[in-house]
Design a protein around this ligand. Structure first.
Ligand code: 5AD
Ligand code: SF4
Ligand code: FES
Length: 354
């Protein structure tokens, strides 16, 4: 797809034209990844974080968060629950928490692999090469690290480096993860203050050139206890250039991602479901997405993992979400995927390099 066409879609407001985009995305999804919707059990294993991302409620600077870190047995109990519900993957997510040290995470991954057939996805932030290596050796299958925005200036504005370090290069980390044999996922937030349509078109082109296996996108949601919630801390964008952090733009990005990266796994994200609790997840699934990530974090920790306010399903149990999602998927005429649901994109690039 030409860049001009991407930009035209991003700015499109005519519902009749947009329904063409939704149809093309849905057909492409059906053709390349089929009708199965894969469920990934998400376990938010720690809300400690050393970083200061300007948008995130878990940032180190936020003193109003009660911090928790799950122990090995607590994590394993959630993973076993995922297996009982028929989910094929456990996703272990956390802030950038040095307390989750290399050997601890490796031991958890080994135990999951010993006790269940599940694929393991890690989403633990920017970690050392040594740790990525150790975790891959322990059996981790996939790693998620969003690059958040391809605009360097905006990236640096919202990601102050850790004291004593220089700004990170997440694209370089994604390349490294790939060399280590991980299935690699990334993504962006939509409507970050200061993000323009040009930036978002660049993000989409970067998805394609990185040949990602998984791509997660969601709207930026302002968290009142973060610097970016205060307009004085925002990078200005010309008014008609600023990307809207809304539902419609999120669907456009999901649909365009599917057209540009037909074989990739795309979740219909919790941030989208937060904007439209009634039908956001479903609309994501019929406009390009093929994955959902039900939350398995124990209720006592769940509300403490507040990256943005009013997160969907914060008061639901894992069992409630399981039933709710299976129903929603079936009502769309889709099927709940069984097995690991590896990315067809990964399968293809691994075969090619053999
Ligand atoms: N609004 C939307 N998404 C957010 N994330 C973090 N903070 C916010 C927010 N305020 C997203 C980031 C991160 C992912 C785990 O959650 O994209 O990569
Ligand atoms: Fe930490 Fe991730 Fe939040 Fe940044 S986005 S503050 S790394 S939890
Ligand atoms: Fe959690 Fe519907 S997915 S209640």
């Amino acid at each position: 797809m030409q860049r001009n066409e991407i930009l035209t879609w991003l700015r499109q407001t005519d519902p009749a034209r947009l329904s063409e985009l939704w149809q093309r995305a849905d057909q492409t999804r059906q053709k390349y990844v089929g009708g199965d919707v894969y469920l990934r059990g998400l376990v938010e294993i720690s809300n400690y974080c050393v970083r200061l991302c300007a948008y995130c409620g878990l940032r180190a600077g936020n003193q109003n968060v009660t911090r928790y870190r799950m122990n090995e047995d607590e994590i394993l109990a959630c993973v076993h629950e995922a297996f009982q519900y028929g989910y094929g993957t456990a996703v272990l997510q956390a802030g950038e928490d040095p307390g989750l040290d290399g050997p601890f995470v490796a031991a958890v991954v080994r135990r999951i692999k010993r006790e269940t057939p599940l694929a393991v996805t890690l989403s633990l932030g920017e970690r050392s090469d040594k740790e990525f290596h150790l975790w891959r050796e322990a059996g981790a299958d996939r790693y998620l690290l969003r690059f958040e925005t391809s605009n360097r200036t905006l990236y640096e504005h919202i990601h102050p480096p850790r004291p004593g370090t220089t700004t990170s290069d997440r694209v370089a980390i994604l390349h490294r993860l790939r060399e280590l044999g991980y299935e690699v996922g990334s993504g962006v937030m939509i409507g970050i203050p200061g993000q323009t349509y040009d930036d978002l078109a660049n993000d989409l082109e970067l998805f394609a050139s990185l040949n990602l296996d998984m791509i997660g996108v969601g709207p930026y949601l302002a968290h009142p206890e973060t610097p970016l919630a205060d307009p004085r801390n925002r990078l200005p964008a010309p008014p008609d250039e600023q990307v809207a952090a809304d539902e419609l733009t999120t669907y456009k990005v999901i649909a365009l991602t599917r057209l540009l990266c037909p074989q990739t796994n795309i979740p219909s994200t919790t941030a989208l479901a937060t904007l439209n609790k009634a039908t956001g997840r479903e609309l994501g699934l019929v406009r390009g997405a093929n994955v959902v990530m039900p939350n398995l974090t124990p209720p006592k920790y769940r509300q403490l993992y507040e990256i943005y306010p009013d997160k969907a399903c914060v008061n639901e149990t894992a069992l409630a979400c399981q039933g709710c999602l299976a129903g929603r998927i079936t009502r769309l005429g889709r099927t709940v995927g069984t097995g690991r649901g590896d990315s067809p994109n990964y399968a293809e690039r691994v075969t090619k390099s053999e």
